[in-house]
Design a protein. Structure first.
Ligand code: FAD
Ligand code: AMP
Lengths: 323, 243
């Protein structure tokens, strides 16, 4: 019996989300009185793999094949299902990011294992196995019982602490099959954004809405984001107007994020917007309208005109960072 | 396509938080599915795509028929309703797969998530049941020379990929700009378009909602003087300890 954790790598490197996943998996295994096995697919150096040990990975399997050159949901879920059987995994844990969302449902059918997607805390009980899951776009939560013997969980990003341990991980390299003839996905072109903090990775997000008034007023916001090491985001009308790029749109029909701090400037706080950001640990709102619904979701607020407040805020952060 | 409460609904629960209170709820096509339908119709409008028919499929009870008719009014050619309460994602995907295996389609579009269950699950499960390839986080679908060309979002960028048909594309933002709306003529025509009702097969769901909970109210908002935003930064540093 074991908890199998699939960790994705980005050009051979792990990120905070990988460590969150392993930390969560270690706590889960403790709860179930079992061990964790971490599975990495594709080429990752041993020194990088060993880092996972620090977060509680006992055994680390590095499944390799030089021919792997594309992410294909079908092929990856077959590989993970193979290891789940081999390791007698009772739980398979993945991130609820784009990769996890692509693999977990396929894996669920392959293993006939019930799926709890986007969980944000440890199971509420192990018998019956019950997880806490967001439903109705954050307007409610469900206590979901997973009835199957094998279970799959995907962990919401930034919902779990990274916990360091004294543990040292042991890496085993296992060659796997990869037949380029049968892998269906062919990549024609890759377009990477470089040098920007990814919205889904960011711990602080500074976001603007229609209250920013025009595409020309974004300077102080971008400056604030840079000073805070934050990513920038926006509401849907803003990206629809072309004031900001589409990748920045958060909400039900945009990106769903859960940073530690979300600063909403000139955003009214429509339910569809909140659906994408309500899991943020702290929300700060800046708005001229004291009755804007965003204030009901925020812990801190400023009732004021963004064009006047923002420059002062930038100065305040400079002051503090300068000290 | 999934049939969901209008996205502005303030959900409430009955029977000791075990059931959604459906009183007064406006039901709509799940926003992603509305955009998928729009894109499918755009593709069909272009004869070079080779797409001849657009079908909508739904697992749900007869109460969902107005939503299905709406999809027909927007422009779908026909509809299939599998007559069962959607017990869980595994159940829904199994029902859809059972119908689709005998009525093959080249391109199956599913939404990245339904606004009720927020599962992000049914599309991938369906692909696995059918043993079709699937592409997730799809922001564009084009057909060029009979080949399906898909843009998928990856962490920090995009990939343009090709996949042979049949394929399941799980769509997100970008797939279509604005949802198409039904015109009067479409509404008239929808009444006579075929809506086939299929009885479900026996499938044991793998999950079950025990009960629902409402989100905890957030702490009351603390207001800071707009003339002195420095106070905000201090609160974030010393009280919330997040910067
Ligand atoms: C199916 C569906 C899906 C949707 N999905 C999304 C989604 O994913 N994301 C999303 O964001 N929206 C989404 N929407 C749209 C959503 O309903 C709102 O229309 C949108 O979020 C409003 O954006 P906003 O807050 O920027 O603009 P507004 O609602 O116009 O709000 C602007 C705010 O700025 C304030 N303001 C004005 N001037 C100033 C100033 N000088 N300084 C400070 N504040 C000022 C105003 O008081 C107001 O509160 C969706 C809608 C539907 C129907
Ligand atoms: N009852 C249903 N009938 C048909 N398709 C569905 C149903 N529920 C979900 N789907 C499809 O699966 C997608 C994702 O739903 P979910 O997995 O519930 O988040 C939706 O956008 C639909 O395309």
């Amino acid at each position: 019996m074991s908890v199998l954790i699939f960790v994705e790598n980005w050009d051979g490197k792990f990120k905070k989300l990988s460590f969150e996943l392993v930390s969560y998996g270690a706590k889960l295994a403790e709860m179930l009185k079992t061990e964790i096995v971490v599975l990495s697919v594709g080429k990752v150096e041993n020194t990088e793999l060993e880092k996972l040990g620090k977060y509680g990975a006992v055994r680390i399997i590095s499944a390799v094949n030089d021919k792997i050159n594309v992410f294909d949901g079908q092929a990856y879920s077959a590989i993970i299902a193979g290891f789940a059987a081999l390791e007698d995994a009772k739980i398979v844990l993945l991130s609820n990011n784009t990769t996890g969302k692509a693999i977990a449902p396929r894996l669920s059918v392959k293993l006939k294992a019930g799926l709890g997607s986007g969980v944000s805390k440890l199971p509420l009980s192990t018998s019956p196995f019950t997880v806490f899951k967001k439903v109705y776009s954050g307007n409610a939560f469900s206590n979901l019982i997973i009835k199957s013997d094998v279970k799959i969980l995907t962990l919401a990003q930034n919902s779990s602490e990274v916990i360091e341990t004294e543990n040292k991980g042991v890496v085993t390299t296992v060659p796997i099959e990869w037949n380029p003839e049968t892998v269906k996905t062919r990549v024609n072109e890759v377009q990477k954004q470089t040098g920007k903090i990814l919205l889904t990775d960011a711990e602080i997000v500074v976001s603007g809405g229609r209250g920013m008034k025009s595409a020309d007023n974004w300077g102080p916001m971008v400056e604030l984001a840079e000073l805070l090491g934050a990513a920038t985001a926006c509401s849907r009308p803003v990206s629809d107007e072309g004031w900001r790029p589409h990748e920045e749109h958060t909400g039900q029909t945009g990106k769903i994020i859960a940073p530690n701090l979300y600063i909403a400037i000139g955003i009214s706080g429509a339910t569809q917007h909140l659906a994408g950001v309500s899991s943020s640990k702290y929300i700060v709102a800046i708005n001229t309208d004291k009755d804007a619904p965003i204030f009901a979701a925020a812990q801190y607020g400023i009732i004021g005109d963004a064009s006047k407040v923002l420059p002062k805020l930038v100065e305040a952060v400079k002051d503090i960072k300068g000290k | 396509m999934s049939n969901v409460p209008d996205t502005t609904t303030k959900v409430k629960f009955i029977d000791d938080f075990t059931k959604l209170d459906t009183a007064g709820i406006q039901w709509v096509i799940n926003p992603w599915d509305e955009l998928s339908l729009t894109r499918a119709l755009e593709l069909k409008d272009d004869p070079s795509s080779g797409i001849q028919t657009v079908t909508v499929a739904h697992v749900g009870l007869i109460s969902a028929e107005p939503t299905i008719r709406k999809a027909l009014a927007i422009g779908a050619d026909d509809a299939i309703r599998i007559n069962a309460e959607p017990a869980d994602a595994y159940f829904v995907a199994a029902q859809l797969a059972n119908v689709l295996k005998s009525e093959p389609y080249d391109l199956i579009l599913c939404g990245i998530e339904s606004s009720d269950f927020n599962g992000s699950t049914v599309g991938g499960m369906l692909a696995e049941f059918l043993e079709y390839p699937s592409v997730s986080s799809v922001s564009s679908v084009k057909i060029e020379n009979g080949q399906i060309i898909i843009t998928r979002e990856i962490d920090g960028g995009k990939e343009i990929v090709t996949v042979p048909t049949p394929v399941v594309a799980i769509v997100q933002k970008g797939i279509a700009k604005e949802p198409r709306i039904a015109a009067m003529r479409g509404i008239m025509m929808a009444r006579t378009k075929p809506l086939k009702v299929v009885e479900p097969v026996a499938v044991e769901p793998l999950t079950e909602v025990q009960r629902y909970e409402m989100p905890k109210p957030r702490a009351v908002c603390k207001f800071v003087d707009p003339e002195n935003p420095k106070q905000l930064i201090e609160l974030l540093q010393n009280e919330a300890k997040i910067i």
